[in-house]
Design a binder for this molecule. Structure first.
Ligand code: GLU
Length: 460
């Protein structure tokens, strides 16, 4: 900003001009990166009051710096299928920010993976990881590889090829990957195996989300879903609501979704629907999570097959219809932009009381605006799904100390972390003039810690 002194007199205008100027800049620098621009815009909108109160962030060019990744690594991943045919996919690792600790974030295998998606996810991770209060920076990686309909051996060969290249850029003090969509415990173990093969010996703490039998943390598998419910429960409690007796919809049927359902049911909710990428099931008697686990964790089956076990359930093709079901609480736990404006309208018309985002950026900007306008409680992903990465950081601690905490110890720590995240979002929302708006609160609370670290570490 050239005229910093002049505009000091009108801090609000200074902040608006700054945000506007930097947003135009990054729009020009990242053409066509729809998801990345969507994620940055949401943050920018929240940060105006921060810049008018603290113009020194403008002087230090924090917004220009925080939106440009430290580096992006892309590489070829060639692998051979069971028929001997060679395939080529693209691998990515976005190392976005390391001011709070080693780069930390998951690996996603999904055909939709591209630079924009990787950058949006790594960018979100900066604020999410900061909110956890743990010493972790932010990164994300993955590939456009589609694990659907691949044999176990094909997946193993793909992961080995992927890790042969990525292994040069990661390590316990440098960058610690974990799972995400399409990457679970099995894939993390294949990654870990290949990394150790290449580096010799057995290095602890290079990955998180490992099998608890081989260095993983108990409670990591459950952490994202449980954490989302712990956070949502805090939000409900301060508004005199609770999961007890409420009707809940949970999209997805992967790791986040399964454990969100499990915890919500434990707290007395009735989960009436869940989905996968092909369609959704609806059961007025309540979804049986054990059946979903059987299909998804053990069977690699489609959710459609749930009907075979429970005759009261109905199956519908296409997942968007799930949001037209009547509910008190909606938990989007599948993927980005799964609730658009039309879906949000349906939820609002059905008198939904609260939304908590288990997936990363599952609601579009238009959907969020609609929820906020209608006074619906909203728990944003950065805060609500931070439990997964928080327990990943606990896994790193356990690996460093070479000891294992019990499930209850981890779960207790997770509860405490989610409580603290909620409190810091709430107090930031109050301090910066948007009391109770947890979107603004999460963005500001997550930002401040990283911004201060960036200033402490000097300009680069
Ligand atoms: N992929 C998860 C997330 O979006 C977890 C990342 C991790 O544990 O490092 O936060």
């Amino acid at each position: 900003m050239s005229n910093l002194n002049e505009t000091y007199e009108d801090p609000k205008k200074l902040a608006n001009d700054y945000v506007h100027e930097v947003y135009s800049l990054i729009k020009k620098r990242n053409p066509g990166e729809v998801e990345f621009l969507q994620a940055t815009r949401e943050i920018f909108d929240s940060l105006r009051p921060v810049f008018s109160k603290n113009p020194h962030y403008i002087r230090d060019g924090i917004l220009e710096r925080i939106t440009e990744p430290d580096r992006i690594i892309t590489f070829r991943v060639a692998w051979e299928d069971d028929q001997g045919k060679v395939h080529v996919n693209r691998g990515y690792r976005v190392q976005f920010n390391s001011d709070l600790g080693p780069y930390k974030g998951g690996i996603r295998f999904h055909p939709s993976v591209n630079t924009s998606i990787m950058k949006f996810l790594a960018f979100e991770q900066i604020f999410k990881n900061s909110l956890t209060g743990q010493p972790i920076g932010a990164g994300k990686g993955g590939s456009d590889f589609d694990p659907k309909n691949k044999s176990e051996r094909e997946i193993m060969r793909f992961v080995q090829s992927f890790m042969t290249e990525l292994s040069k850029y990661i390590g316990p003090d440098l960058d610690v990957p974990a799972g995400d969509i399409g990457v679970g415990r099995r894939e993390v173990e294949y990654m870990s195996g290949q990394y150790n093969r290449l580096h010799g010996g057995h290095k602890a703490g290079v990955f998180t989300g490992k099998d608890p039998n081989y260095g993983g943390s108990l409670g990591r598998k459950e952490a994202t879903g449980y954490g989302t419910i712990y956070f949502a429960e805090e939000m409900l409690r301060v508004n005199d609501l609770s999961f007890k007796g409420s009707r809940v919809i949970v999209s997805g049927s992967g790791n986040v979704s399964i454990y969100a359902m499990e915890k919500a049911i434990e707290l007395g909710a009735k989960v009436v629907a869940c989905s996968d990428s092909s369609g959704y099931i609806y059961d007025e008697n309540g979804i049986n999570v054990e059946t979903v686990k059987l299909l998804k964790e053990e069977g690699n089956k489609r959710i459609k097959e749930y009907k075979k076990f429970h005759s009261s359930a109905k199956y519908f093709d296409e997942c968007t219809g799930i949001w037209s079901i009547n509910c008190d609480i909606a938990l989007p736990c599948a993927t980005q932009n799964e609730i658009d404006e039309a879906a949000a309208h349906k939820l609002v018309n059905n008198n939904v009381k609260a939304i908590a985002e288990g997936a990363n950026m599952p609601c579009t900007k238009e959907a969020i605006d609609l929820f906020v306008e209608n006074g619906i409680l909203f728990a944003p992903a950065k805060a609500a799904n931070a439990g997964g990465v928080a327990v990943s950081a606990m896994e790193m601690s356990q690996n460093s100390m070479r000891l294992n905490w019990t499930f209850d110890e981890v779960d207790e720590k997770l509860k405490q972390v989610m409580h603290e995240i909620f409190q810091s979002c709430l107090s930031a929302s109050k301090e910066y003039g948007h009391p109770g708006n947890l979107i603004v609160g999460a963005n500001i609370a997550g930002f401040l810690k990283v911004a201060d670290a960036m200033i402490a570490h000097g300009i680069r």
